[in-house]
Design a protein around this ligand. Sequence first.
Ligand SMILES: NC(=O)n1nc(-c2ccco2)nc1N
Length: 331
Amino acid sequence: APGPAAEIDALRAQLRIWAHEYYVNDAPSVPDAEYDRLYRRLEALEAKHPDLVTPDSPTQRVIGAVMAGLAPVQHVVPMLSIRTETDTEASGAQAFDARIRRELGLDTGDAPVEYVAEPKFDGLAMSLRYENGRLVQAATRGDGSIGEDVTHNIRTIRRIPQVLPAGVPPVLEVRGEVYMRRADFEALNERQRAEGGKTFVNPRNAAAGAVRQLDSSITAQRPLSFFAYGLGDITPAAQGGPAFGTHYGMLQHLKTWGFPVAEQVSLAHGADELVAFHARMGAARDSLPYDIDGVVYKVNSLALQRELGFVTREPRWAVAHKYPAQEMVTR
Ligand SMILES: NC(=O)n1nc(-c2ccco2)nc1N
């Protein structure tokens, strides 16, 4: 019979596959009872062999870790803040496209610029560092250069993979948004009211409060979600990883590596398709299960992104196009 270590590894691998099906694809292939059976077997083996417990074991997502404080983290690549297009109307998309075309020296007769259009999730930016395919550190944006180490709390988020498939670059930094779905937010406030705890004004505040807890067993009770939308270092090819040519292609890789990527993310050719996306997402906004405060347009070609570069810390190749603030809905 295989030793405990081999059985533990096999159980973890199987539980990770089932967790990805359940939490990321919303398509479990086995009933919960089957998942629970293997989970309990893993717990029993880890209890008998505590020396084999690793922080990224599926059992460790709910085990509390209490930190004395949140350690500072220096971002290797500064976490970009994204400029905001002030015009909340469709013309904002046209203004962005006109600026990009001007900066690229394109004439009216030239082909449209290819963009990626994304929902702008109203949560908090997060940087996830993986080494040899394992989550080793998660940090908030902070001031863009120095963030806070919240690894212990991020390990409780089931939509964030702890172990990546073989073939990922040895060092990978994934950027994305931690957010709370509206239904989870309403349920949390209900629980808080029932228990005399404090309630939250909106899902973004609830998510930020959950992520910055010192005790991760509290975070584990706050249902958090995640969407990946970028990489810290857009040149993983330097480490023998796949050479991405485009932002869209990079997002597809993130999906195959197990990261949730919003299904609304779309290619957009020229201003007209940006305007159409802005209108489509604006119309869909109230029916989404999470809050968005706008959409984001990014130049798709990574070579053009590099050519356009940054204005101080803000990329010239991207802009956030916000909607008018939503009238306060009595929650
Ligand atoms: N908040 C949000 O949804 N974001 N933020 C970016 C971003 C920030 C810097 C580069 O890209 N992209 C998306 N979808």
